[in-house]
Design a protein around this ligand. Sequence first.
Ligand SMILES: [Zn+2]
Ligand SMILES: [Zn+2]
Length: 350
Amino acid sequence: MMRAVTLFAPANLSCVEAEVPKIKDSNEVLIKVKACGVCGSDIPRVMIKGAHKMPIIIGHEFSGEIVETGESVSSFKVLDQVTAMPLIPCGKCEFCQIGKYNLCDDYLYYGSRIPGAMAQYIVVKESNLLKLPKNVDYESAAMTDPVSVALHAIGKANINAGQSAIVFGLGAIGLIAIQWLKILGCSEVIAIDIFQEKLDLAEKLGVDLTINAKNNNVIEAIMDYTHNKGADIVIELAGNKITQLQAIQSASKMGRVIYCGISYDDLLLPSKEVNKILRGELFVIGSWNSSIAPLPVNEWKTSLDFMDKGKIKVKPLISHRVKLEDCKEVFEMMYYKKEIFNKVLFIPDL
Ligand SMILES: [Zn+2]
Ligand SMILES: [Zn+2]
């Protein structure tokens, strides 16, 4: 038997005894989970919306050690240290046929549609696995998903060296996005949030200007800093109607506004901003998940590579390491914002 964080209904979550999952297909492996992060999407999933199917073991950002392999598994063996892409594409729909698995019409997903990794063990398909490079430990590897999601969003920006960028919302993806923007050649990166602690961390990670939206006029501060031009690239990760509007207001002519934060608010787009989109020929772009196709660029491999070389830093983002047994309190803490948190990692061995 094992311990597993199970969602029974919205806001009804507990760590229960469950059977250790069994390998059913010969192309699967059994993994002993070493770390499983809480994704921004897990908080509303657990507290309000529920999952597609319940009860379900949640958790999709994880790493661990292979303890058993199915008969046809060829590229991985017992004791390999791995992380896994959480999406299983259908392979049949038209988006799968062109390799856009993140847009699949009929996918499965560990931790929301099939059993996840907030548990001691999980069974995963070989095709979803990646080996950890030498310098990437289990805790860092559990954050390959947000690193890849940030890379995917920034891939939509077509950055030219020397451009300026703004990131709205300093959750894990935001704090990683600022690092990618710098790596890919942005000369000025501005970070915006309402928590000073997160802004301070962004500063340590290399942003050029932080703006605390709680006590500053965000647009005025941006226009001041950019000599009334606005920024070439704007990444919206907060997912609320205020920052979604500010994202358009703070873009330069021909600027690229990338929406990546899941939205729970209706956005009213005033004519002034619509006209700004027209007259400034803005690009308003959506970004969803990350590319898990092996070619031409595997965002997951790239993410692991940059973590391996120490260029993307995720360790400073870990604010909490928690036990599976404390799941209820942990999700309440996050939902009611009782503490300031960045990445919360469940560690099954704690
Ligand atoms: Zn996630
Ligand atoms: Zn598909």
